[in-house]
Design a protein around this ligand. Structure first.
Ligand code: XMP
Length: 513
């Protein structure tokens, strides 16, 4: 990855807050990237980082395969801030003592700071910090002084100013740490001497210029889904090379109500982009006819998507580059072991392996999701697209339980559109992270007027989550649920019952299939 004018490195020792630390640094307008602790020191030094932050980690420095920091890095003169395990490994490597405590210190803890330290200069002398550790530094290495303490932690922070080495036992990156942002800011500005040149407006201009230079007069192909990432990536490339970018938008017919037309309008009319919309609804529905197994549905859609894309790409003729909306969290190795496959999340935007391109263009590789959104706004992409909730590649196919028919899709699209409209009108569309309707496949008895009905049940699902790995069900106000329920019953044909899903993830998943 190309290094910006100034950058901080987050060295990952296996901590769960690794990406959060990087985001906190970027919030201070300083570019930041994450690398594994295994990265060779020479490679790190070559990159000319302004400073390095060692993350936490789940190990004890005394376990046999504990991740270690290379002493050469500590002697390189690059400013370093160790956090939690990062602090302990720093202390241990330099001859300090790390001890094991009987009890784990966990949660909000009151910490006393020495305000003469550069990193605590403007923080409250006593503040709440988030701790999560069993081991602690019991003796600091030679040349270090203690700069913060708590009741149970004799060395809540230590530093060696001459060597530019700093360490904190608590987590400044989590919200619960009162002055955490100030501490990170002090480190990157005062200790590392950063000036804060990472701004979204300059990212957009620089990226467009870089793309112009890289692509020249060559041709680029992009699979546009209408999601945030592919949209922002495509607009960036379009601003750089104009009509030499061709976007293919495969409408598989299982998008939300009016979504295909909206995508077409924004990219064709507003941005005047070379967009090919392939209306492939019938083709997908005929492949899916009679199929009710969720995994089979996903597989069919994923494969068909590639076929359609390939056929269209062939019509265009030779292209040199493929543009993809990869973002930074996709790039960072998670370092986590093999997780059980609950659902095969076929990335429907995924492209054929055997298409021959000169290279890939991934203009968002360095960005976190919130930064992608800011770049999108900077580029003039409408808010409804930029703030769009995630939508699964297989679309409504996994929200119609069982087999799919055009009639079922229509019922679901109408119900879902009402739900989304009401959530937006109530001003909840940014606080509920994902919300949608599901056609449950259950029919039940009802009464309308004087007659008996036997009709469909729609389930509403709304969740709050930050990472979509775990989620809680959204506490939508009862009155709003009542309004949505009566609107769906009155306005959508063949629906006589609405239920609200009150399960968190786990044990349920967000989608029903
Ligand atoms: P689950 O249902 O596994 O969903 O809790 C977590 C997030 O992933 C989305 N999702 C998918 N996205 N292809 C996708 O591109 C899929 O097959 C797929 N299945 C689930 C889901 O909408 C939620 O945001």
């Amino acid at each position: 990855m190309e290094i910006k004018n100034e950058a901080i490195l987050v060295l990952d020792f296996g901590g769960q807050y690794c990406q959060l630390i990087a985001r906190r640094v970027r919030e201070q307008n300083v570019f930041c990237e994450i690398k594994s602790y295994k990265t060779p020191v020479e490679e790190i030094i070559k990159c000319d980082y302004k400073g390095i932050i060692f993350t936490g980690g789940s190990n004890s420095v005394y376990t046999e395969d504990a991740p270690k920091c290379d002493k050469a890095l500590l002697e390189s003169g690059i400013p370093i801030l160790g956090i939690c395990y990062g602090a302990q490994t720093l202390a241990h490597s330099l001859g300090g003592t790390v001890s094991s405590s009987e009890v784990k210190e966990y949660g909000n803890t009151s910490v006393d700071f020495n305000n003469t330290s550069m990193i605590f200069g403007n923080v409250k002398p006593r503040g709440v910090c988030w701790m999560s550790h069993t081991d602690y530094i019991s003796k600091v290495p030679d040349g270090f002084k203690i700069t913060a303490k708590s009741t149970d932690c004799p060395v809540a922070a230590m530093e060696n100013v001459a060597k530019k080495l700093y360490a904190v036992q608590f987590h400044p990156e989590v919200q619960h740490t009162e002055d955490g942002n100030k501490i990170i800011r002090n480190f990157v500005y005062k200790v590392c001497g950063c000036s804060g040149d990472w701004q979204m407006s300059s990212f957009v201009t620089t990226t467009i210029n870089d793309l112009k230079e890289k692509i020249g007069d060559k041709k680029v192909l992009c699979g546009l889904s209408g999601g945030v990432d592919s949209s922002v990536a495509a607009v960036l490339v379009h601003k750089a090379i104009g009509k030499n970018l061709t976007c293919i938008f495969v409408d598989h017919g299982m998008l939300r109500k009016d979504e295909g037309d909206e995508v077409e309008r924004v990219f064709k009319q507003q941005f005047d982009m070379n967009l090919i919309r392939v209306n492939a609804e019938e083709r997908f529905l005929s492949k899916l006819a009679g199929v009710s197994d969720p995994e089979k549905k996903r597989k069919i859609i994923g494969e068909e998507f590639i076929r359609v894309f390939e056929e269209e790409a062939k019509k265009i003729g030779r292209v040199d580059y493929l543009c993809q909306g990869t973002i930074y969290p996709d790039v960072v190795e998670s370092g986590v072991g093999e997780a059980a496959v609950i659902k095969s999340h076929h990335n429907v935007g995924g492209l054929p392996d055997d298409v021959d391109f000169k290279g890939i263009v991934e203009p968002l590789r360095d960005l976190f999701k919130d930064e992608v959104r800011r770049a999108g706004l900077e580029l003039g992409i409408p808010e409804f697209l930029v703030w769009r909730q995630p939508f699964p590649g297989p679309g409504l196919a996994i929200r119609v339980m069982g087999d799919i028919t055009p009639e079922k899709l229509e019922i679901l699209k109408d119900a879902d559109a009402i739900f989304r409209e009401e959530i937006r009108l109530a001003g909840l569309d940014r606080s509920i992270n994902q919300y949608f309707a599901v056609l449950t496949g259950i029919k039940s008895v009802g009464v309308m007027g004087d007659g008996r009905t036997y009709d469909n049940t729609i389930a509403l699902r709304g969740v709050t989550t930050s990472d979509f790995m775990t989620a809680d069900w959204a506490r939508i106000p009862y009155d709003l649920l009542a309004k949505i329920s009566s609107r769906i019953i009155n306005e959508v044909k063949c629906v006589n019952r609405i239920v609200y899903d009150i399960t968190s993830k786990p044990p349920a998943t967000i989608e029903w299939e």
